[in-house]
Write a protein that binds this ligand. Structure first.
Ligand code: MG
Length: 282
């Protein structure tokens, strides 16, 4: 694969991504996919989806886990409901994430990814220590499938994410860097964060956002079309170049309620990234 192939976040039947027909129409060569619902994670579905990708010349670069009951309605709701962090669902979701890893293996995909949730700040707390144990158990299953796990950024500061990765002590745990999330969640200036976590970055999202006009970390910022927010796309790509990242540039545009606008914004993002890539890679 050439350096910085364009990609897009795609949904089969769950999640906020675009449909595969849009990816095909826009001739985008790579996708990350949101894992389909449990009942559709079958060998038959995997084969059918792989066939469609092969026909369109599309490579699957990561499979993202997501769970029933997750809500991004507010930052507080996200903290309460998302990922492996909520204790009531931690064991069941860890098990489901193993099944998602197995489904990703059927797709021939070496990377699974996840919003793990708001990692508890107190590293001495029982909840944090148990989360470390669950993550190790999950990573060992993923390793047996020949895969790594990339954690989505944004719900922690860069420093706390690094502490967590160090505490887990496994060599197949990496980062999917999303600069807009750092802004939307108010967890830090994205370029500075990217420089800090650079050596762990194995996949990225190209998404843009504006800081909240309310209280950072309490009120959402706004997700906007690529190039229209506060990330600074040229600076972002330059920094990816500095840290030696050569993988896919996966566009994310999370407005599934407006499919026409989503498609138009992704088309414009492809143009922006293609132009910047030509400028920076020469
Ligand atoms: Mg993202």
């Amino acid at each position: 694969m050439s350096e910085w192939p364009i990609g897009v976040f795609t949904s089969v039947d769950a999640g906020l991504g675009v449909r595969l027909d849009v990816v095909k129409e826009l001739q985008i060569p790579t996708v990350q996919i949101h894992a389909p619902h449990q009942e559709t994670r079958t060998p038959e579905q995997a084969e059918e989806f792989l066939g469609k990708c092969a026909d369109a010349g599309i490579t699957i670069t990561a499979v993202f886990g997501g769970f029933e009951g997750e809500s991004y309605a507010s930052i507080a709701e996200t903290a309460r409901t998302v990922g492996l962090v909520p204790e009531e669902t931690r064991a069941a979701r860890t098990q489901e994430m193993k099944e998602i890893s197995d489904f990703a293996k059927l797709l021939g995909c070496p990377v699974v990814a996840l919003h793990i949730g708001f990692v508890p700040e107190d590293r001495e707390s029982e909840s944090y220590k148990n989360l470390i144990e669950c993550t190790r158990d999950l990573l060992d299953h993923i390793a047996a499938n020949g895969q790594s796990l990339n954690l989505e950024t944004g719900q922690e500061t860069a420093d706390h994410l690094l502490e967590f990765i160090n505490d887990v002590e496994r060599d197949n745990l990496f980062i999917n860097f999303d600069p807009a999330n750092m802004i939307l969640y108010g967890t830090g200036e994205p370029i500075e964060a990217l420089k800090k976590v650079g050596k762990y970055v194995r996949s990225v999202h190209c998404k843009d956002g504006t800081w909240t006009t309310g209280q950072r970390g309490v009120d959402w910022g706004a997700e906007v079309a690529l190039g229209k927010g506060d990330v600074g796309m040229e600076n972002y790509l330059k920094t990816l170049q500095e840290i030696g990242y050569t993988g896919p540039l996966t566009i994310e545009r999370e407005i599934p309620h407006d499919r026409e606008q989503q498609k138009a914004d992704i088309g414009q993002a492809v143009t922006l990234l293609t132009d910047l890539r030509a400028k920076l890679l020469g």
